[in-house]
Design a protein around this ligand. Sequence first.
Ligand code: NDP
Length: 326
Amino acid sequence: MHYRRLGRSGLQLSALGFGAWVTFGRQIGRSQARELVAAAWDHGITLFDNAEGYANGDAERVMGDVIADLRLPRDGYCVSSKVFFGAVDTPGPTQRGLSRKHVREACDGALTRLRVDHLDLYFCHRPDPDTPVAETVWAMDTLIRQGKVLYWGTSEWPAALIREADEIARTHHLHGPTMEQPEYNLLQRERVETEYDALYTDLGLGTTTWSPLASGLLSGKYAGGVPDDSRLAQAGLEWLRTRVLDGDAPAATSPLDRAARFVATAAELGVAPAPLAIAWCLRNPRVSSVLLGASRVDQLLQNLGALDLVDRFDAATWRRVESSVV
Ligand code: NDP
């Protein structure tokens, strides 16, 4: 493993992190979750990502129990959570969003579920059009001053809103956003590479990026249909299946076709597609940590192979990889 600074902060994160979305508290049992966290830790992963909305808080409960059970040293790992979607099926108006009330109460809920006394990273999971940005900035600053959160950031916020939050923080001498959590993979590049470009230098923004395999698509597993035991076969995730397999908007080339061409290129290079796709994310120095997901230990172990692929190919070969998905 190697470690990278979270933007301009002093925090070092493992270049690969591990997240609980869909899997913990939902798709897999507690013993499998324990095996995954143990394998991640044994291979140097020190960032574990979660959110109040993942399985209505159950993902955090499982992760908290597993980390406690494995007796990971609290000063040796970082745990992150996110606030916005709420932790119940149909959240009432004060049980979701980025108001001072919900930010405070959601943080306390995450601390309890994760069994820690502070969150290393805390994200505003989406922008909240019903709360003034200044209210959220003050609420996050308060959590930091209370010692409940160490660094706060955003997830999938437009660049202009991140800049606004940063300006409010500077004006009032508050802690501003340190990091973003955007989607980043071979099929989704615009936000990380273009929209946020100036924020890396102007604000020193770090990133913990999600879905390096586009929910598994870039492993090639959906080429022959949707396997019964895969994420996109899960009940309740029909929206994700449509988004991943059909794409957001009608396009000349479907995500499935783009993935098929990428998988063929990986085969020509003699490597498995999943670690190649993850290695491609790691090549971007703006990425502080690539968040992995896995439902089985063998997937995680294969994906860790990305670390060895980053420097294996020359620039021309990486351009070939990129052009395979255009
Ligand atoms: P990926 O795109 O890597 O998808 C992971 C899934 O792909 C696994 O659960 C598994 O699903 C499948 N998979 C993984 N490795 C392999 C392999 N080698 N071969 C075949 N299939 C494989 O990442 P995620 O979408 O899980 O995102 C990672 C993390 O990012 C999340 O856990 C979460 O913490 C964070 N995240 C944040 C978001 C945000 O809005 N801030 C949104 C989404 C994620 P299966 O076996 O079920 O098919």
